[in-house]
Design a protein around this ligand. Structure first.
Ligand code: UDX
Length: 440
């Protein structure tokens, strides 16, 4: 199969490289020449484990090529994936679809035969209809099918998620050629027994938002339970385990923490809320989730100030982890941003260490001192805050850290460290949703 991927952002680059690894012939197109040059010379625009190797292997095998020339890139393609950005529109929170529509128009203008155009970008319900209208308007002469194929990959685990997905969702208008092409595109997944679910196009578009909103709700639910646990003297980790063992609930996405961040949950929950309002069917649960999560991030800053006896002025706080989650350099909507703001407002001085995120984070938090490792960050600090659960923070030398601090106070916002371990090392420990002590 010849596949063209428009957009070499997160989804486009990972999907393009994985399709090539499946044996398809893939061309990745991006308007930004520097980006294409960087990728071709082995420098990835994002940090994603295994991606550089995957790109290099498939590029040298000749299955994966890159170009800035969209017209050349789409010629003869069996399927053309649109994987351009859909950021939140400034001001109103709706998804900004201008890049998607511009790509659709440009693709249509350049086509030399019938093809299938697939939206992989996360797009609100009805976007496929508009893409179809645009391409038909530009090329009434060609049979162009428009399909929705939302992406569910997680940053940091994107390649594994792409190759061994829980499911693939393909939304069509029932056209047989479109269905046949998409079945062929995903045929290599048959080996992994991943279900490919064919459904309607609008349904597929909604599935993506519903999935992300549900997961965001699950996290927010357990975060509120964590607050209640703190108030009543219960343990949220045990509550998670106790409810997660019920198969109907499931154990994943029940880790209490500083609130969800990233490029998807905040943006997609907001867009779903907007869609609901537009269609006069407000999704009130998700509206609340969005509000609760926004407030939670700053509340984590207040939690830290409270741990400093309510007075952070002139005190030094060390943050471990800045990215919204481990194994990424992504800072979008990271809880650390609101935490830093709240701490600075309270007069604290902040030092931080993150294995991959400091370069991106530095301009977003200019007064934070970026340090060489966790130990440098902690030296002389009055509080050490574990914000993002990078593996490298799971086995820190707690004695050494505690010994180097002004006040050995550990605020573990990811519940990584057991109380006994922290206290034996000399720390006083504050966690999320309880003491971290279990009876029996
Ligand atoms: C998410 C979805 O998982 C993916 O399917 C979708 O396509 C894109 O959005 P991603 O944003 O990469 O992926 O990260 P994910 O691992 O899902 O974590 C999202 C946020 O939730 C992070 O801030 C994480 O720290 C938080 N989280 C996750 C929790 O606070 N608790 C949990 O139990 C799980």
């Amino acid at each position: 199969m010849k596949i063209t991927m428009i957009g070499t952002g997160y989804v486009g680059l990972v999907s393009g490289a994985c399709f090539a690894d499946f044996g398809h012939d893939v061309v990745c197109v991006d308007k930004v020449a520097e980006k294409i040059q960087a990728i071709e010379s082995g420098r990835m625009p994002i940090f994603e484990p295994g991606l550089d190797q995957l790109v290099a292997n498939n590029a040298s095998a000749g299955r994966l090529t890159f170009t800035t020339d969209l017209a050349a890139g789409v010629k003869g393609a069996d399927a053309i994936f649109i994987a351009v950005g859909t950021p939140s529109r400034r001001g109103d929170g709706h998804a900004d679809l201008s890049y998607v529509y511009a790509a659709a128009r440009e693709i249509a203008e350049s086509l030399d035969g019938p093809t299938v155009i697939v939206t992989k970008s996360t797009v609100p319900v009805g976007t496929g209809d508009e893409v179809e209208r645009i391409v038909k308007e530009v090329r009434p002469d060609l049979d162009i099918q428009v399909v929705s194929n939302p992406e569910f990959l997680r940053e940091g685990a994107a390649i594994g998620d792409f190759k061994r997905p829980d499911r693939v969702v393909v939304g069509t208008t029932g056209n047989e050629r479109a269905i046949a092409v998409m079945a062929q595109v995903y045929r290599p997944l048959n080996l992994n027994q991943a279900p490919v679910m064919f459904t309607g196009r609008r349904t597929a578009e909604l599935i993506k938002y519903a999935a992300n909103a549900f997961l965001a709700t699950k996290i927010t639910f357990i975060n509120e339970m964590a607050d209640l646990c703190e108030a009543v003297g219960a343990e949220v980790q045990e509550v998670s385990r106790g409810i997660g063992l019920d198969n109907r609930i499931g154990s994943k996405f029940l880790h209490a923490g500083p609130g969800y961040g990233g490029s998807c949950f905040p943006k997609d929950t907001l867009a779903l809320v907007k869609t609901g309002q537009d269609y006069d069917t407000p999704i009130r649960i998700v509206e609340t989730v969005v509000q609760v999560n926004d407030l939670r991030k700053r509340a984590m800053g207040r939690k830290i100030v409270k741990a400093l006896n309510g007075d952070a002025r002139g005190k030094k706080v060390a943050l471990l982890g800045l990215t919204f989650k481990p194994n990424t350099d992504d800072m979008r909507d990271a809880p650390s941003l609101a935490i830093v703001q709240a701490l600075e407002d309270a007069g604290a001085k902040i030092a931080a260490y993150d294995p991959e995120g400091m370069e991106v984070a530095a301009p977003m938090m200019p007064s934070v001192a970026m340090m060489g490792d966790a130990y440098e960050a902690a030296a002389g600090a009055d509080a050490l805050v574990l914000v993002t659960e990078w593996d490298i923070f799971r086995a820190l030398d707690l004695k050494r850290l505690a010994g180097s601090m002004n006040t050995p106070l550990l605020i573990d916002l990811r519940n990584i460290y057991p109380r006994t371990e922290a206290e034996e090392a000399g720390f006083s420990l504050i966690r999320v949703g309880g003491q971290g002590v279990t009876a029996g």
